[in-house]
Every structure is written in C-alpha cells, then in structure tokens.
Design a protein around this ligand. Structure first.
Ligand code: GLU
Length: 315
C-alpha cells in the first residue's frame, strides 16, 4: 500500500521526506520517488526500495538541486502500469510545472485520457495518476483558473479513491492536498508535516494534527493552511494536539506491534480492495485489466496465479 509524505518548512526538504518514506516502508511498495521545488521542479524516481531512490539522488542530483524547502515523496503500489521508473510517482503535467503524488485509483482515467489526447496531451507513463495531473492542468488553462480552483473542478469530475498532493513550480510556497475514501493524517507544528515526520518535531513544540475528510482540499501556503470542500466552502477540521510519544502513536493504543497488526487486518484488507469493489453494483473493477476485456470475455479458461510483490517472501 503506498505512502505519501509532503513537507514545507524551514528545513531542507529531501532528508525529511526520505525519512518519512522509510517510516512508511512497512506498508509495502514497488517504487519510490520525490519531487523538490527550487526555482524549477526536480523529480527523482526509481523502481525498488527507498534506498535505491537515495542512491539515485546521490548520483543524479547536485547539492544545488537538493537545496529545497518544499517537496513531496511517494512509495507506489502499482495499480495502473507495471512497477518501473517511468510509472513511479511523482508525475508531471504536460508543461512540466506541476507534480503530483497519488494514493488510490482514478476509475474514469481512460475516458479522461482520451479527452486529453484529443486536446494534444501526450503521456509518458501508463498510470491513472499522470492523467489526473494533466487533467488539472487542462482545466486550469481553460479559463485561467487558479491551481486550487482547477483542482476542485477536476476532482468533481473524477471517479475513484485518492489521496493526492500537488506542487507547482509557479507557486513555490504552496502544497495542495485532497482526499476521497483514503484516510490520511496531516500534522502541523512549526512546519507542516504529518506523523511519519514525528522525529523532526522539537520536543517543546506541540504538534497539531487532523484527518483530511472526503472531498476536502487543503491548501498550505506560507506556513498557514485553509481547508475547503469541493464547492470552495471552508470546513472545520477536527484539530487535535499530539501529546503522546511516537512509539505510542505507532502502536495505536495496543500493547505490542503484533497485536496492532492483528487488529488492523480487516482494515488492511479493505484498503487493498478500495476502489476495486463497487458495493452499489456488486461488481469488481480491476483497472489494469480493462484493455484486455475483449480477450478475457472470449477466454475459455482463466488461471489466476499468485505473484510475489515487494515486501512479500520470495520478492
Ligand atoms: N493508481 C496509481 C498508480 O498505479 C497509484 C497507486 C498507489 O496507490 O500507489 O500509480
């Protein structure tokens, strides 16, 4: 299951983000990537472990490239397109100025992609995520919308489940985050971050945290944040103060990690199936298979085989 980390603050962003991604490694993933803003957008991504990404950064990025105080990082669990460097997140807009990380599935990505191709867009990856960032860019260009407006309009047309974060080379002090059916947590101290970044909290700074609810868009700019719904109406997040230690948070109130994992199994299973089951129509939706539908309906026999995934024995 993928992980998302975003950071805007006074520190150098990439060590904070990499540390956050490592804290999320236990969730399982197939590739990792990071986007940083410092004048322009720098994107680094690699198939495999966060360690591979670190090596790639050490080889490919100059110290000047890494001098950034805002960035986004992702560990991917592929649903659309095989695990490789190109399909890894972050993904770019057509003009290379917007970058997105995404957890979840955009179910109507194929229809949106066709519409975008008709309007001159070309795609590098096979992912639904790249379609979403091109779609936001496309809407933005239609009526000179702000990025925040374009995100809201695009998300109204999107079917699926997602947690996203977007950064823009034109607005280098801004992060935009949104969610639907993917529960995730934001935290705020002197910096904006969330719980994988807990070790960065200075001990006397109370950290505030909240969950982003369905169809809420959070805009973080210049060390303040505003949360609104898709109709641009401000919402009131339930903000809480974090007054427990990291290990206690990680154990989620259980005495041991093993107990926590046992109790989390139902949630882990429903997370795996999120976006792939339609409870209303009682159908399943396996995005990666869509383009083979014709062959599949004509097949005499379908054999389902287990495949080793990152983090599983045998990988
Ligand atoms: N659907 C996206 C992809 O295949 C995101 C997968 C994820 O949640 O990591 O790239």
């Amino acid at each position: 299951m993928c992980g998302i980390v975003a950071y805007a603050g006074h520190r150098q962003a990439h060590p904070v983000i990499l540390k956050g991604l490592k804290r999320l490694e236990y969730r399982g993933y197939d590739s990792a990537g990071i986007a940083l803003l410092n004048g322009s957008l720098q994107v680094y991504k690699k198939k495999g472990k966060v360690e591979e990404l670190e090596k790639h950064l050490a080889e490919a990025a100059t110290p000047a490239n890494l001098k950034s105080h805002i960035g986004i990082g992702h560990t991917r669990w592929a649903t659309h397109g095989e695990p490789n460097d190109v399909n890894a997140h972050p993904h770019y807009s057509q003009d290379g100025k917007l970058a997105i990380i995404h957890n979840g599935i955009i179910e109507n990505y194929d229809a949106l992609k066709k519409e975008l191709i008709l309007n001159g867009h070309t795609f590098k990856s096979e992912t639904d995520t790249e379609v979403l960032i091109h779609f936001i860019e496309y809407i933005r260009q239609q009526d000179d919308y702000s990025l925040e407006e374009a995100v809201r309009i695009a998300l109204k047309r999107v079917i699926g489940a997602y947690a996203i974060v977007i950064i823009s080379a034109d607005e280098p002090d801004m992060l935009i985050a949104a969610a639907r059916e993917v529960r995730w947590c934001w935290a705020w101290a002197k910096m904006s971050s969330f719980w994988p970044l807990m070790p960065h909290r200075s001990s006397n700074t109370p950290m505030k945290w909240w969950y982003l609810n369905d169809d809420e868009v959070c805009v973080i700019r210049n060390h303040t944040f505003v949360i609104k719904d898709l109709n641009d109406v401000p919402t009131n997040p339930h903000i809480q103060t974090l007054d427990i230690e990291l290990e206690a948070i990680e154990k989620g109130g259980f005495d041991s990690f093993m107990l926590k994992e046992i109790y989390e199994q139902p949630k882990s299973i429903s997370d795996c199936m999120r976006g792939r089951l339609n409870a209303d129509t009682h159908t399943i939706m396996l995005g990666g298979l869509q383009e083979y539908t014709e062959h599949l309906v004509q097949a005499n026999r379908i054999i389902i085989m287990p495949v080793a995934l990152p983090g599983m024995p045998g990988w």
